[in-house]
Design a protein around this ligand. Sequence first.
Ligand code: NAD
Length: 349
Amino acid sequence: MAVIRVAINGYGTIGKRVADAVAAQDDMEIVGVTKTSPSFGCDLAVRKGYPLYCTFDDSAKISAFAAEGYSCTGGLSDLLSACDIIIDCSPGKVGADNLAKYEAAGVKSIFQGGEKHSLTGLSYTSSANHQQNLGADCTRVVSCNTTGLSRTLMPLHNHCSEIGGISVNCVMIRRAADPGDSSKGPINAIKPVLKVPSHHGPDVMTVQPDIRINSLAVAVPTTIMHVHAMTVELPEGHGLTQDSILQMWHDSPRIIIMNGAKTRITTTAEVMELARDIGRTWGDLHEIFVWEDGVSLNENTLYYFQAIHQESDVIPENVDAIRALMNTEVEWEISVAKTDAAIAKFNNI
Ligand code: NAD
């Protein structure tokens, strides 16, 4: 089977991580990444050996790279002619312009969670709707929060869907900014999202419409991880116990369960230290972290906390989404296993 030629438009926080995860796979390769203008991010692309392109076709913008000592292969149109699929990792809300360019070039595309579902009419998480995305021209990998919600809710949904399904209320305690971001806040406040419910919970329904879910969100002054405080109503006759729920998550991919009291991993700071200790590149944690001792089942009501590494949980999902759109792997579990095994090699674990 031919190796899938993948391009990255927007080599920032998400783009540089997706590029490495794609390059680690044996069924795909990176044919180029874009930067809007010469900056320190270009050095990383050069070091990794990824051909560098300009986000725009403007010849003055392209030649600006050479003036700063970078070899720029061309503009976005040149990159589109060299790839089978493009992963749009641009900042949210610029997707519509970019999508028109991808469609004109006849290239499949994957957007990120900063874009609305309405842009693509199709969204993606590996465990929820891989098959629905098979062969599609365009999709959107849902946000880091929605990806995290799907990971732990999908096993519960699958167990309960025939007996009435699950209803979820959650509070998203969100990091204010990424570690490399100097422009966002708050730095000295807790900022509620006054649009109620927040978009995070309902966004799960773009990948699994049968999960009834609402969310509230607050931004807090931290740069490392989001925390979700979850309340899930299970249907009568669910037959689950606290232990069987933990086992269900244990058996599901991309979820880590640890006991806070025993490991002394009681905050997001220690979770991130764990990620660094086990040698994860950039200190990333692709998995959703669930505190075992924060899980409580009270009759039909399940409570738990989970932590989301916002910069990295969506990275393996992008790799699986490539296989879905290119129709090269029908089973999501097989794609996930392949993706994660290849990533584990470069993650030195
Ligand atoms: P970023 O700002 O770190 O990187 C975006 C990159 O795109 C930058 O290199 C920027 O120069 C470039 N760019 C600017 N305009 C562009 C254009 N018109 N076309 C192509 N590239 C352009 O942003 P990010 O954090 O990587 O976010 C990218 C997307 O991923 C957004 O939709 C965001 O909502 C989503 N996302 C971000 C996170 C996170 O925590 N950072 C998590 C999940 C999803």
